[in-house]
Design a protein. Structure first.
Length: 103
């Protein structure tokens, strides 16, 4: 756990963040992914990731959280808005202060 006080975990927040994140990604089951969606997502990936995703194909991409988020956000369902509407303000602040996993 990060010892920086900015990242102190409010009581119960880890479960809240995990559950709300699960609910967000679960919505992607109801989104039809088109060939254009897959192509646009591939174009957004770094070359090595693009090659792996392209080799696996669109059906496998449906299992990838990054593709699910791409589908949802392309249709106006932003993760940050979803989280903000469901998390307590202190838990949202904690979640927003976490470092980006891609850094």
């Amino acid at each position: 756990m990060n010892s920086n006080s900015t990242f102190s975990l409010p009581a119960g927040s880890l479960g809240d963040v995990a559950f709300v994140t699960y609910l967000y990604y679960r919505q992607a089951r109801n989104v039809a992914a088109t060939a254009a969606d897959f192509s646009a997502w591939l174009a957004s990936l770094p070359a090595a990731a693009r090659a792996r995703a392209e080799a696996r194909g669109p059906a496998a991409a449906r299992l990838v959280p990054d593709f699910k988020r791409f589908l949802l956000e392309a249709r106006g369902h932003r993760l940050v808005d979803f989280m903000a509407s469901r998390l307590a303000p202190t838990v949202l602040a904690y979640w927003l202060a976490l470092p980006d996993e891609d850094l």
